[in-house]
Design a protein around this ligand. Structure first.
Ligand code: C5P
Length: 312
């Protein structure tokens, strides 16, 4: 009987620092331009793998999330390495669900990254990226972390250089926004003319050179009228001194960027409803260090992190 190999990892949340929806594609998804950023808010995943002849995936998740992506990720990862055995996963959720913070996607990516290592096998980044896309559009970003531009469905990624430490306040008001519904509501408003403008203004936002430095999230225009409390949170974050306040993903969480932690303490006092999380940005180099430390004892050779021609 083999002994289980164990690992404990943190699955970080993300913010969309900018998000523009261009138009509907022939595959039914929407073409995006976005900037992803990992933040210090995280779920915890404890995982044990015991090699064996049969595969059994046991998920201990206090919230009993239906059709949890974590179980599907474990199945995909084992399939990719032609491995079998018992996988025990305990998930401790801290990232609010249905809030646009990418918690489910990050948990799934964490399993894709960790399980092959526990099984003593290596999956290259291109294949991991394909598995990630099968699980959801945001999953691939968490293979990389830090700051990255996402295009296509959001899974084609271009890493941006690490920026300075940035403090942020994330407010999750407990409003559930359905992502497919948000896309359906936004879709009729998307015209080819506005696509040209969006591409231009996104590029000047990300790479500078243009006059515009105004981040935006296109989902605000359909989600805020349905949930006016979210627009109110955005106003309060700005009044409390945020340099930028924006909804993340298709909502419902709204975040504000602040120059330091003191400003965040003041902002916290002025916000009534909802759960508020003071966080900081996690750069790609910190993200990689975090992963390296978590997996170090199981890594054979220098096969981790999975390398990409774009990653630094
Ligand atoms: O990829 P994911 O499963 O996270 O997407 C959930 C839903 O959001 C999709 O079924 C689709 O309706 C919508 N979506 C989209 N375009 C994207 C990402 C998601 O239309 N780029």
């Amino acid at each position: 009987m083999s002994t289980p190999r164990r690992v404990r990892v943190r699955a970080l949340a993300k913010l969309n620092l900018d998000l523009r929806v261009l138009g509907k594609r022939s595959d039914g998804y929407h073409e995006l331009r976005t900037v992803f950023q990992t933040i210090s808010l995280a779920d915890t995943i404890e995982m044990a793998f015991t090699p064996g002849r049969k595969t059994a995936i046991e998920l201990d998740d206090a919230l009993a999330i239906p059709d949890n992506l974590v179980g599907r990720a474990a199945k995909l990862a084992l399939g990719a390495i032609h491995g079998a055995g018992r996988v025990e996963i305990r998930l401790t959720k801290r990232i609010p669900m249905g809030a646009g913070l990418g918690g489910g996607s990050s948990d799934a990516a964490a399993v894709l990254l960790a399980l092959p290592v526990l099984a003593g096998r290596h999956i290259g980044l291109p294949q991991l990226g394909e598995l990630a896309q099968q699980l959801g559009s945001d999953v691939a970003f968490f293979l990389l972390g830090g700051t990255a531009v996402g295009i296509g469905r959001g899974s084609e990624l271009f890493p941006l250089p690490d920026g300075p430490a940035q403090a942020a306040l994330v407010v999750a008001p407990g409003v559930h926004v359905s992502t497919p519904q948000a896309y359906r509501d936004l879709s009729p408003r998307l015209t080819s003319e506005s696509q040209q403008n969006k591409i231009f203004s996104f590029q000047s936002q990300v790479w500078g050179g243009g006059v515009e430095r105004l981040p935006r999230n296109d989902f605000e225009e359909v989600v805020f009228p349905q949930h006016p409390s979210l627009a109110d949170i955005k106003r309060r974050l700005l009044r409390a001194g945020a340099s930028v306040a924006l909804m993340t993903g298709s909502g419902s969480a709204v975040f504000g960027l602040y120059p330091d932690r003191n400003r965040i303490s003041v902002a916290l006092q002025s916000l009534g409803a909802g759960k508020a999380f003071p966080v900081s940005f996690v750069t790609r180099s910190r993200y990689r260090r975090m992963w390296w430390r978590a997996l170090e004892e199981h890594i054979i050779g220098r096969t981790w992190p999975p390398q990409s021609r774009y990653a630094r």
